[in-house]
Design a protein around this ligand. Structure first.
Ligand SMILES: Cc1ncc(COP(=O)(O)O)c(C=O)c1O
Length: 429
């Protein structure tokens, strides 16, 4: 079966033909390629087209597709341990590795996805503080947990959905919306609700409204407010963790979180998640404390093995981050040069190996309102041109481009060549 035939058949059995809405090309006038294999940065579809991949499974594959050490760990573990629902040494190995190598992580709880991690961290913050309200920021996405599905980024924003149907009013009445990088607004929110706020959750480097880094003094203000009012500060590092730096986004700021959520890279490409933080808070989880959270597959041996292989390889090769930075800088400089040459209005935001080209007339993009000025139709033309030129990107203006250890100069050159062709075509539109 070829791409189109598989997609049409999939539409009969799965809503939209997909298992996650961001994968279907809504708003575009063509169908997604059906991917059958990947090695390094090259993925292949069922029509045997090859693409240089800048999606990397939406972030996890920082070592590239089918890294030999990760595959070996999966193969070796799966021959003797699929699942037990009992404690294993592998859980200890990955848990201990993360506690020893990350700041502000005394204890950790493994789960199966980023959504589960953020949802559980919020429950823990509520249980610990005995309060109900949570602050989330417009444009940040923390998974499909009911309480977070308002003003969310990622697929919710791409599909133009203000929230989600099926979310009872009661589930969101304790969600307060903050404005990213707006100190004044968050201070006012705390002045009004401070004594009811259990926690503030934030992507320190937002990736789900496109890439925007929080400003240092904004993050410091969040810490001060949480301390002053007795709320917990939760860093959602599902995307940032082990990506923007080995020690994650928290190493980019002079601010310590109380809880941190992880997923994506920490599972080496397998379904994973974790939440972690200070002992005093984490010991409120059952069976030690009264906050109940459980999971049949949590700490699955194969996932733990893939995660451990990935994180160990990263730790033993910290120069990988220099390589990714170098590739990122080359891509950034190239895009800026080409945009200038062709007079194409665009802003490039980049933090290490995650970046977004925003098609906007603004000079900088720092807030959710800035993001909303983007020319989505232009993005869609860009996306189509890039895909047809063999460059696989996330199909939305409000997402990030990801780089891996396996991206080389030639891959960045191929991206820039396609981008220049697009820019040349676009000024004649
Ligand atoms: C910052 C952030 N938090 C949470 C999630 C949800 O993770 P998952 O899709 O594994 O449930 C995502 C997913 O992209 C994310 O980017």
């Amino acid at each position: 079966m070829k791409n189109l035939e598989i997609f049409k058949e999939s539409e009969k059995y799965m809503p939209g033909g997909v298992n996650s809405p961001v994968r279907c090309f809504k708003g575009l006038n063509f169908n997604p390629p059906i991917i059958k294999s990947g090695k390094g940065v090259i993925i292949k579809d069922e029509d045997d087209n090859e693409y240089i991949d800048f999606v990397l499974a939406w972030g996890p594959l920082i070592l590239g597709h089918c890294d030999e050490d990760v595959v070996k760990a999966v193969q070796e573990t799966s021959s003797k341990a699929l699942a037990f629902g009992a404690p294993t040494k592998l859980e200890l190995d990955l848990g201990k590795f993360m506690c020893e190598n990350l700041d502000n992580v005394d204890m950790i709880r493994m789960v199966n996805s980023g959504t589960e991690a953020t949802m559980s961290a919020v429950k823990l913050a509520r249980g610990y503080t005995k309060r109900d309200k949570i602050v989330k920021f417009a444009g940040c996405y923390h998974g499909h947990f009911d309480g977070f599905l308002i003003e969310a980024g990622s697929g919710v924003m791409t599909n133009g959905i203000p929230g989600s149907l099926g979310v009872p009013t009661g589930s969101i009445e304790n969600t307060l919306i903050g404005q990213y990088n707006d100190k004044k607004q968050i201070i006012e929110l705390f002045e009004k609700y401070g004594n009811e706020i259990a926690g503030v959750i934030i992507e320190p480097v937002a990736g789900n409204m496109g890439v925007i880094k929080a400003e240092e003094d904004f993050m410091e203000t969040l810490r001060e407010l949480c301390d002053k009012y007795g709320a917990l500060l939760i860093f959602d590092e599902v995307m940032n963790g082990f990506r923007v730096a080995f020690k994650g986004a928290q190493s980019l700021f002079n601010v310590n979180p109380d809880l941190i959520t992880y997923a994506k890279i920490m599972g080496g490409g397998l379904p994973c998640g974790a939440y972690a933080g200070k002992r005093e808070v984490m010991e409120n989880l059952a069976p030690v404390g009264g906050v109940y959270q459980a999971g049949t597959m949590s700490g699955n041996p194969i996932v733990m093995a893939a995660g451990l292989a990935t994180l160990t390889k990263l730790k033993n090769n910290l120069e990988y981050y220099d390589h990714i930075e170098k590739m990122g800088r080359k891509l950034e400089e190239g895009v800026c040069e080409i945009s200038k040459k062709y007079n194409l209005p665009a802003v490039m935001n980049r933090v290490g190996g995650m970046l977004t080209v925003f098609f906007t007339d603004l000079k900088e993009v720092k807030t959710y309102d800035d993001v909303k000025t983007c020319n989505v139709k232009r993005f869609n033309r860009y996306f189509e041109h890039m895909l047809k030129s063999g460059i696989n990107l996330a199909p939305s203006q409000f997402e990030a481009v990801f780089l891996s250890v396996k991206h080389e100069e030639k891959h960045i050159d191929a991206y820039l060549k396609a981008f220049e062709e697009f820019a040349a075509k676009e000024i004649h539109c």
